[in-house]
Design a protein around this ligand. Structure first.
Ligand SMILES: Cc1ncc(COP(=O)(O)O)c(C=O)c1O
Length: 462
């Protein structure tokens, strides 16, 4: 046994590598201008360190690739489906499982059954596509984050929680009968990757049960939430991450999971249900829109990788190393003079761009400016989570109400980058933090009505 002060390295070594490009400053300037200053329009071969998303961007293991070779591609009843189903059933405890090609397909199928015009979906925070899918079902997506989430700097351990008082009041009040479901996002991706405590899940589940409202988990990062519960919540230190995750699933009536995160695969998703009628209705929709119930838009080799991924992701050594990697990255960034949302979660760090660039007003999109500068100075891709993403615009695309915070998300792909990549990003940030006044704001040139950040085009201000 090693002494406690010697941190364990990640429980894997690298066997296959992928080359990454290093463009010149002029090439980066031209690339981002041609992309309409929207990182979603950059080509992957123009990016040195890609922290746009942790979704589907992780590395698979040799065990997953070996399993993939056994993929059974039968149209119906494939062996790979049963391997995946048994693994997912054992983890979640749900009697009814439906595979989908990714998380948002599950959202669409579930919401078309539980929501509709005039209905409401309540959440600690809806993820962006989840929000869009609620609205596309004709319903309203309402976020009820806990009060602690408003302080970006506090060390509160569970800022991802739902506000239980407002949840109770809403369900007991005039809007109560319109609520179609309550959806808890674990961890809270829209709110600084902050975890949700088991106490909060238990209390929210009890409130929903009392009011007869379906209680669901959006469990894309079920293993990472479990790890943070084990680290931070009294009473869980002797539980395995898998036991904690299973307990969380047990509290809910069902789940939606984008398996592109904690499934450790490039593609995949899952709907888990207790209710047999709801299952039948969702299954009919699945067959019509995704594929037969034993593949749901996935290939047999994907199902095999997923079955193995679900086993690997709850390994305490893997989760400890991943959490420690993120914590070290946060310290490097803070030492570089840039604040991050505290305390550090696991799948992403959120830079406080509003504080770093106080000379830019929200209407000049400081988060977006910082994201562009990361690309211009270092070929680093990130995602804005500020007024460009969440603010309200008028018909001329001018900002009329800003987002509460101007943040930039650095998402951390699983098992992909090394300490040197993170040191590189921190060094680029240090360069920006030395002379932030040189950074200009942006204006919107064109924007779509929904899911603006994916397709918006911008121009730098003079
Ligand atoms: C919390 C959460 N829910 C749902 C989704 C949607 O999943 P997918 O991208 O697989 O459609 C995501 C994706 O990032 C997410 O983070």
């Amino acid at each position: 046994m090693l002494p406690d002060h010697i941190p364990l390295p990640p429980p894997y070594r690298i066997k296959v590598v992928e080359a990454i490009p290093f463009l010149s400053a002029r090439e980066r300037r031209e690339a981002i201008a041609a992309a309409g200053y929207n990182p979603f329009h950059l080509r992957a071969d123009q990016i040195t360190v890609d922290l746009l998303s942790d979704s589907g961007t992780g590395a698979t293991s040799t065990a997953q690739e070996a399993a993939a070779a056994l993929g059974d591609e039968s149209y119906a009843g494939a062996r790979s489906w049963f391997r995946f189903r048994d693994e997912a059933a054992d983890l979640t405890g749900y009697p009814h499982l439906l595979p989908v090609h990714q998380g948002r397909a599950g959202e669409r199928i579930l919401f078309s059954n539980l929501l509709g015009p005039g209905r409401i979906c309540l959440s600690n925070t809806h993820f962006d596509t989840t929000h869009a899918n609620v609205e596309m079902a004709g319903a309203e997506a309402r976020d009820l984050p806990c009060a602690e989430a408003a302080d970006l700097d506090s060390a509160e351990p569970f800022k991802g929680n739902i506000d239980l008082t407002t949840l109770e009041q809403t369900l007991a009040g005039p809007d109560g009968p319109r609520v179609g479901l309550v959806l808890m996002t674990i961890t809270n991706n829209g709110l600084g990757a902050q975890p949700v405590s088991m106490a909060n899940l238990e209390a929210a589940a009890a409130i929903c049960r009392r009011h007869g409202i379906p209680f669901f988990l959006d469990a894309a990062r079920f293993a990472e939430n479990a790890w943070l519960v084990r680290q931070r919540e009294e009473g869980y230190q002797d539980w395995t991450p898998r036991q904690i995750a299973t307990r969380a699933f047990q509290l809910a009536d069902g789940c939606l999971i984008s398996l592109k995160k904690d499934g450790l695969t490039a593609i995949g998703g899952l709907i888990g249900l207790r209710d047999a009628d709801l299952f039948e209705r969702c299954e009919a929709n699945l067959i019509a829109t995704e594929g037969f119930s034993t593949y749901g838009g996935l290939a047999g080799h994907d199902l095999e990788r997923l079955a193995q991924g679900l086993r690997e992701v709850v390994d305490p050594a893997y989760l400890a190393a991943r959490a420690e990697q993120t914590a070290r990255f946060a310290r490097m960034i803070n030492d570089a003079g840039v604040d991050t949302v505290a305390p550090a979660g696991i799948h992403a760090l959120y830079l406080n761009a509003g504080r770093l660039l106080p000379h830019l007003s929200p209407a000049q999109f400081p988060g977006h400016s910082l994201g562009c500068q990361l690309y211009l100075d270092g070929g680093i891709r990130s995602a804005e989570l500020g007024s460009l993403y969440l603010g309200t615009l008028d018909a001329e695309n001018r900002l009329v109400s800003p987002a509460p915070f101007e943040l930039v998300r650095l998402a951390i792909p699983r098992r992909v980058y090394t300490e040197e990549h993170f040191a590189y990003v921190a060094a680029v940030l240090a360069g920006i933090a030395k002379d932030p006044e040189r950074i200009r704001g942006y204006r919107i040139a064109s924007a779509p009505a929904r899911l603006r950040h994916f397709k918006v085009r911008l121009e730098p201000l003079a």
